[in-house]
Design a protein. Structure first.
Length: 262
């Protein structure tokens, strides 16, 4: 049975685990040829191997989204292996818990370097490739509920994710005439290794005492009353990568169980 993404060449950054790994595997199951890109080459290779073992098409690439040359090499690998680039998912990112007055210059610079400038560079280089190909494409940026409202324990993270929303809207206006669509997804409380790290950060800062206390506290505020899993993000991501969303651009979609209402 044909998949919704047959013959597409798709890059997913931060695809060695968590949301990125789930997206890469789902895209491949829908017929896409997937570049599994991650700063950890071993994790990326494991995901690519799982895809190929299931009959899908994938390669793994080590990428550091802070470095333009690394991003260019990632895109070149996609073009060489799969003949072009149709979609990129800019999913790589970091998080950190810091009270507002404790955010250091280094904390700020590191957060914005990865989560905002990294997305910018990935967008620039992938859009250049799409322009050269001349038949449009889809850019999917991973923002967050923290890109919709500020949280006092993660102000620098929020700033980076608000930045992703701004970059999404600006690029959508700039490249709409070239049929390059740019949209963003805002996950919420997703049961991944990143949230385990965030939950630990709350404990380290003395804001919570018990394991999963912060995680469960936020989950209790959702309308659906349960945490998200990476699989909850795949449906909207496939939609944004597919031709079903050809008339959608510049949008930021909340997929977070009803924690933040836009």
């Amino acid at each position: 049975m044909p998949g919704r993404l047959n013959h597409q060449s798709i890059i997913v950054t931060g695809a060695g685990r968590g949301i990125g790994a789930e997206l890469a595997q789902t895209f491949a199951a829908e017929g896409a040829k997937v570049v599994v890109a991650d700063v950890n080459q071993g994790n990326a290779a494991n995901v690519a191997n799982r895809i190929m073992a299931s009959g899908g098409s994938a390669i793994s690439v080590e990428v550091d989204v802070r470095k333009r040359d690394s991003i260019r090499a990632m895109i070149s690998a996609a073009v060489k292996e799969f003949g072009g680039l149709d979609t990129i998912v800019n999913n790589a990112g970091i998080a950190q818990v810091r009270s507002f007055l404790d955010i250091s210059d280094e904390d700020w610079d590191t957060m914005l370097e990865v989560n905002a400038r990294g997305v910018l560079i990935c967008m620039q280089e992938s859009i250049k490739q799409m322009l050269a190909q001349g038949h449009g494409g889809s850019v999917i940026n991973m923002s967050s509920i923290a890109g919709k409202q500020g949280y006092p324990t993660q102000a620098h993270y929020c700033a980076s994710k608000f930045g992703v929303v701004a970059l999404t809207q600006a690029a959508a206006k700039a490249f709409g005439p070239n049929r390059i669509r740019v949209n963003a997804i805002c996950p919420g409380i997703v049961a991944t290794d990143m949230w385990k790290m965030i939950d630990q950060g709350f404990r380290d800062a003395g804001l919570t005492k018990e394991e999963n206390e912060a995680f469960n506290g936020y989950v209790a505020l959702t309308a659906l009353g349960r945490p998200s899993t990476p699989a909850d993000l795949t449906g909207v991501a496939v939609y944004l990568a597919s031709h079903e969303s050809d008339y959608m651009t510049g949008q930021t979609l909340l997929v977070e169980g009803g924690l933040v209402f836009d």
